[in-house]
Design a protein around this ligand. Structure first.
Ligand code: ADP
Length: 606
């Protein structure tokens, strides 16, 4: 949030506004033109109704003109107001809701498109994460604020200019009051706005914490645990109360200063000094100099009042634009991010199994904190390889590198004898089937959750999805699956949706891999949510299905890895032992020690 706390310069503000102006006019030109037209039209009609017409009617009356003239003027005014009201109603009820939706969607789509491109490593960076969260949370409000600031800056400026020109025509001397007092008023309003922004910025981090507190209390994810650990609930409640106190303190701190500026502006400058100077001047012109008629006095007063109030809105519009610019700046920063995991030569991945070799790979998420150190091994086509080791030894990280979600800091990974950085990234990733321990089930049908792609709706597709589920031991013979593979999963949007158990969900994740016919499969704890018997059976099945495939898998349960062709034992980012189950037991090293701890646990099953 560091950037947000520093105010942008006026040049930066203009640059952000210009960016959003181009964006909005490109995505919804008709709507933007209508919006601008309505903003300006509203201020012109206010000027016509309350200043020009009043002056005309009073002047005609003072000069003893015909009543017919006044009637005509009023008739034209009423007709113009009627037309203007109709166009405004069309704008408000039809154009505005649709136009804003078009803009919300356009900006969100750009952000979502970018989300697909950016590296996974970006999510490890706190600054990126804040930018990303802010960009997604603020898109709609950015558009709203932009439209409002256009309204203020364009419409109100035109309104002020109408009054300036008319006042210069009717009574130029009266502009003197504006010239002297308006700058003071604007300085005061600008200072007041600055304080308001400073208060808001100071509240931001507390408000984020309060938002977190809110989430803890309303999201079902926390509900069960908080019932079991009421002390945590008390801590969250205390933190929530504390953040509210801090917000109140900030409000108190700035409240006094804002009250001071309010008094200075609203009471002293606007009421006492401006009104006093204006009435003295106008009455002096009318009663002593006799250069001003009653109509001109009223019109001059109206003009001065409108110039001041419109200019205050212009300042408010600039303040809003400046505040909005800080968010737009963040959104643009996000949209400018470039992926570093790119295809260097876009070579196609050869068909069939190939050797996968990891050569002296080093890697760390953060500079100076290595997670993988000099990792070297090779997997031959059709081999079944297991990665084992205690938590935090680097197994999942290694798998992420194999899938090119990250690139090594040094060393290289080759597939089919070529550095994987030479392959087109998505084609390489798609050539490998993968199951992660933190897989997700999406609010979509069971079929879509297996396909993870656009459906073609063919019978063959349905058959293959059912087969993949069957092979993953997912049973479709279940009363809850009323629509079989078309059953919606999760109850988030569908009343008749189905929430799967952890084990069932894991089988769906495995079916995703089995549906695709990749030659290599990488599985990170593929069966951790299954009971030992189900796990044993599934492993037998997977061994059968993946007989000709290369399989790399991570498992904590050593009983599932004992049949692997080769086991790599990892510790603190290094491979410390290599061999088959029997070889490693004979070695009597770290693997054997781990095995002894687990031995017997699954003896009945294995
Ligand atoms: P394992 O799969 O063997 O349990 P991991 O590969 O998940 O181990 O983690 C290895 C080390 O890397 C751990 O110390 C972990 O805290 C760290 N680590 C994992 N993911 C990240 C990340 N996104 N950012 C920073 N450190 C991470």
């Amino acid at each position: 949030m560091s950037e947000m706390k520093e105010a942008l310069t006026w040049r930066q503000v203009l640059a952000q506004q210009w960016y959003l102006t181009k964006f909005c006019f490109k995505k919804a030109p008709g709507f933007m033109a209508f919006h601008l037209f309505e903003s300006i039209k509203l201020q012109i009609s206010i000027f016509m109704e309350f200043t020009w017409t009043v002056n005309y009617v009073l002047t005609v009356a003072e000069e003893g003109g015909e009543f017919k003239k006044i009637l005509w003027c009023m008739g034209i005014l009423m007709a113009a107001i009627a037309v203007s009201t109709v166009t405004f109603a069309i704008y408000k009820h039809y154009v505005l809701p649709r136009g804003t939706q078009v803009l919300y969607r356009a900006l969100r789509m750009e952000i979502y498109e970018k989300t697909k491109e950016i590296d996974l490593s970006c999510y490890d960076d706190k600054d990126f994460y804040e930018t990303f969260i802010l960009a997604t949370e603020e898109t709609d409000r950015c558009i709203d604020r932009y439209l409002e600031s256009v309204d203020f800056l364009a419409g109100r400026l035109v309104g002020a200019l109408c009054s300036v020109f008319y006042c210069a025509y009717i009574n130029p001397v009266a502009l003197f009051v504006v010239v002297v007092i308006l700058p003071l008023e604007l300085i005061c309003v600008a200072q007041e706005n600055k304080k308001r922004v400073a208060a808001r910025m100071e509240r931001v981090s507390h408000e984020q914490k309060r938002e977190y507190g809110n989430r803890v209390f309303y999201l079902s994810d926390y509900a069960a645990e908080l019932r079991l650990y009421p002390q945590m609930k008390d801590k969250c409640r205390d933190d929530y109360a504390e953040t509210n106190n801090r917000i109140e303190l900030v409000n108190k701190k700035y409240g006094k200063q804002l009250f001071g500026y309010g008094l200075l502006h609203d009471v002293l400058l606007s009421r006492i000094i401006k009104e006093g100077a204006m009435w003295t001047l106008l009455l002096y012109q009318m009663l002593v100099l006799k250069t001003l008629s009653g109509a001109q006095l009223i019109t001059s007063r109206s003009c001065i009042w409108r110039i001041s109030s419109n200019m205050e809105f212009v300042i408010g519009g600039y303040r809003m634009a400046a505040e909005n610019s800080a968010y737009i700046y963040r959104i643009r920063e996000f949209l400018r991010m470039e992926s570093t995991i790119v295809s260097k030569e876009s070579e196609t991945v050869p068909e069939g199994s190939g050797v996968l070799s990891v050569e002296h790979v080093d890697f760390g998420y953060l500079a100076g904190k290595p997670v993988l150190k000099d990792v070297t091994f090779a997997v031959k086509p059709g081999q079944k390889v297991a990665l084992v080791g205690y938590n935090g030894s680097g197994k999942t990280t290694l798998v992420k590198l194999l899938l090119r979600l990250y690139d090594p800091s040094s060393g290289r990974i080759c597939y089919h004898d070529k550095d994987i950085r030479k392959y087109q990234v998505m084609a390489y990733r798609r050539s490998i089937g993968s199951v992660f321990q933190d897989f997700k089930i999406y609010a979509a049908t069971l079929k879509e959750n297996v396909l993870m792609d656009v459906e073609d709706g063919s019978r063959e597709e349905n058959y293959l999805v059912e087969k993949a589920l069957y092979d993953a031991h997912f049973t479709l013979d279940d009363n809850r699956l009323s629509y079989q593979i078309e059953t919606p999963l999760t109850t988030e949007f569908e009343k008749d949706g189905v929430n799967l158990s952890g084990g069932e969900a894991q089988k769906v994740a495995i079916a995703r891999t089995l549906y695709r016919k990749q030659d290599m499969i990488i599985m990170d704890e593929p069966s951790s949510a299954l009971d030992p018997l189900a796990e044993y059976r599934l492993n037998q099945e997977l061994n059968e299905i993946a007989r000709d495939k290369t399989v790399i898998f991570i498992s904590h349960r050593l009983s599932t890895v004992r049949d692997a062709d080769c086991i790599y034992m990892m510790e603190k980012g290094r491979i410390v032992e290599t061999g088959t189950h029997e070889e490693l037991l004979v070695k009597n090293g770290k693997y054997a020690a781990m095995w002894k701890i687990q031995a017997g646990l699954y003896a009945d099953v294995c």
